[in-house]
Ligand binder design. Structure first.
Ligand code: NAP
Length: 303
């Protein structure tokens, strides 16, 4: 018999996983996190063992091979974690009768040259191995577990794990001038806000037992390019850094990264608002909070 009030989170050691575990669970719900060291989702037996041990009412999969450049040289490893792993989870959830909330990405898009936010009904066209592996994972989840919600999100940032903000602050502290690409447009999303929304979604599903199963987009409301994002980080960090800085907009070719990035991958999040009443708020106050936190922790003496 499943424990209807228990949510099992796979990938609990990652950026989103940590935010899920740090968030206050909705009243009456228990959250249990499993990091990669506890369960490797590419191993179907380990997944089945975890499901039998915990008997969750619902599962959230936040585990991923998220190294976009690394996936170019290790496409099989990316597929194992982003496609086979989710399939293992989806099969185990289906057998246990537990719904699965699986996290996917805006990087399933980008190949078609579109310049308006993507709808769930737009045909995916990934431009790199990471996006292709996540797209395959989505298909396998749909096939193995009808009671699924695939939630595509984008450009996660937060204080609990390294991301674009950490990189920008390091560069801003150490250099008089930095270059940031202005030919990648998307929707930055605070991992903490996403985590809270996912837990609200999980609570709704558990309470109602059924849901409008399917694929949804959920990201922050601002559509900006990476250079604009860097400028917003700088606006928050400038005073504490007490220096001048030039932030030069450049094209992606300047960095010659192994993986191509989508030029445009903003997500239209209307559907999840209509079906579940969920929308993420303007994240500028959260950005200010995170930059202040990271700047303060940088000033602490290291032991
Ligand atoms: N970060 C973004 O900007 C972004 C954007 C769009 C969508 N997403 C999606 O959001 C979700 C969460 O991303 P994130 O940024 O939190 O990623 P993350 O920080 O890289 O966390 C992923 C976690 O998955 C774990 N993991 C890797 N392989 C595993 C395996 N075989 N079995 C179990 N766990 C495994 C990792 O463990 P190790 O730490 O030990 O490797 C890590 O803790 C993913 O589905 C990702 O595709 C992320």
């Amino acid at each position: 018999m499943a424990e209807q009030n228990k949510i099992l989170v796979f990938g609990a050691g990652g950026m989103l996983g940590r935010e899920l575990l740090a968030a206050a669970p909705p009243p009456g719900l228990e959250l249990v996190g499993l990091a990669r060291a506890q369960v490797d989702i590419t191993d179907a037996e380990q997944v089945a063992g975890a499901m039998a041990r915990h008997r969750p009412g619902l599962v959230i999969n936040a585990a991923a091979f998220s190294n976009v450049d690394g996936a170019e040289s290790r496409p099989k490893a990316a597929l194992a974690v982003n496609a086979q792993g989710p399939e293992n989870l989806a099969q185990a959830c289906h057998e246990a009768g537990a719904p699965l909330i699986h996290i996917s990405t805006d990087y399933v898009f980008g190949g078609g040259g579109q310049t308006r936010p993507y709808l769930e009904s737009d045909p995916p066209q990934p431009v790199n191995q990471y996006g292709a592996s996540k797209l395959q994972g989505e298909a396998l989840v749909r096939a193995a577990c009808p009671r699924h919600l695939i939630v595509r999100t984008s450009w996660l940032f937060g204080a609990l794990a390294r991301n674009f903000i950490h990189l920008m602050l390091e560069l801003m502290r150490s250099r008089p001038a930095i270059k940031v690409v202005d030919d990648q447009v998307g929707c930055p999303t605070p991992a903490a806000d996403l985590a809270r929304a996912l837990l609200t979604l999980a609570a709704m599903v558990l309470e109602q037992g059924e849901a409008a199963w399917g694929t949804y987009h959920l990201s922050g409301p601002l559509v900006i390019n990476r250079h604009e994002f860097a400028q917003m980080i700088w606006a928050e960090a400038r005073e504490s850094l007490g220096k001048d800085l030039t932030i030069e907009p450049v094209g992606s070719e300047v960095f010659a990264a192994p993986a191509k990035r989508p030029a445009y991958s903003a997500l239209d999040c209307t559907k999840i608002k209509q079906r579940f009443g969920l929308a993420l708020a303007d994240w500028r106050p959260e950005l200010a909070r995170i930059v202040t936190l990271l700047q303060e922790s940088e000033k602490q003496p290291r032991v």
